[in-house]
Design a protein around this ligand. Structure first.
Ligand code: SF4
Ligand code: SF4
Length: 282
């Protein structure tokens, strides 16, 4: 079972919910941080990191001795990753989607496969929680290949929680794909509502089940609640601003590991999600 914690915008408390939920469940599970452009779940969870390895993708290499500068590879490439000039062929590796088309179409077999490091994957553990995140290299334009690699770490059995990137762009859709349930974290502000509407639109396109967590529920207005009622979106949990929780974060602690009411609150959230997906809570 895969539960993804997402939000239409950053700063709503998405990672807070994902990491506290992982701790509150107190059972074997896998937590994947798919926000590969800015992973931060490890800062909250503080797992012991055990392994790190580079993430590579295939990129073409042109053997200029064989190349006749015919231009067929440039014509084929939908991503403008190749430019055939009068004397040479230029590759823009950051634009390459590793489709392999240029190699197939080249009449001279002048295109061979090279490798390029895009980022890295790290594995770690905190108690019963197996933790994995990806880290995209600075300047890289495409997060989805690394996100797909991190998602491969989800075991075929058991529970996986995913901390998604914020927003509704390609990396988010790549992360959401295949989820059994999406917990959308929002806040009761006009910005929160605007970005929530976008996120709900994306989730509905993907035909995924979802429900809301309203964070800092006592600090805004009622428009998010009214929107949820109008759209038939279940509000699974409302979390008021909690000074003690903020103090615990400042000390590097997770509230669900210390405060019984936070643990109970997040267990109730998980129970509700399990019920909605037809899985026994156990
Ligand atoms: S298709 Fe092959 S021969 Fe033609 S320009 Fe590209 S690399 Fe060179
Ligand atoms: S592998 Fe695909 S995306 Fe990359 S340069 Fe070749 S045709 Fe373009």
């Amino acid at each position: 079972m895969i539960i993804t914690v997402a939000s239409g915008k950053g700063g709503t408390g998405k990672t807070t919910i994902a990491t506290n939920l992982a701790v509150a469940l107190n059972r074997p599970l896998t937590l994947l941080d798919c926000d590969v452009e800015e992973p931060n779940a490890h800062l909250f969870l503080r797992p012991e990191m055990t392994e790190r390895f580079p993430f590579e993708v295939a990129v073409p290499e042109i053997i200029m001795e064989k190349c006749t500068l015919c231009g067929k590879c440039q014509e084929l490439c939908q991503f403008n990753a190749l430019a055939v000039l009068p004397q040479t062929v230029l590759l823009f590796p950051e634009l390459c989607h590793s489709c392999g088309g240029c190699s197939l179409i080249c009449p001279e077999q002048a295109v061979v496969e090279g490798r390029r490091v895009m980022g890295e994957v790290e594995r770690g553990r905190r108690g019963q929680i197996a933790f994995v995140h990806g880290r995209l290299r600075v300047g890289e334009a495409m997060a989805p290949p690394l996100i797909r690699r991190v998602k491969q770490e989800a075991p075929s059995h058991g529970l996986t929680l995913i901390d998604a990137p914020p927003g509704t762009s390609c990396p988010v859709v790549t992360t959401l794909w295949g989820s059994d349930f999406v917990i959308l974290v929002t806040e009761p502000t006009p910005f929160g509502l605007h970005d929530l509407e976008l996120a709900v639109g994306a989730i509905r396109e993907l035909q995924l089940a979802c429900g809301l967590v309203i964070n800092r529920a006592d600090l805004g207005d009622r428009r998010v609640h009214e929107y949820a009622a109008r759209e038939g979106l279940p509000v699974l949990l409302e979390i008021p601003f909690d000074r003690r929780a903020a103090e615990l974060y400042a000390q590097g602690e997770l509230p669900a590991a210390i405060l019984p009411e936070w643990r109970a609150r997040l267990q109730a959230l998980a129970r509700e999600v399990f019920a909605r997906t037809g899985h026994p809570f156990g």
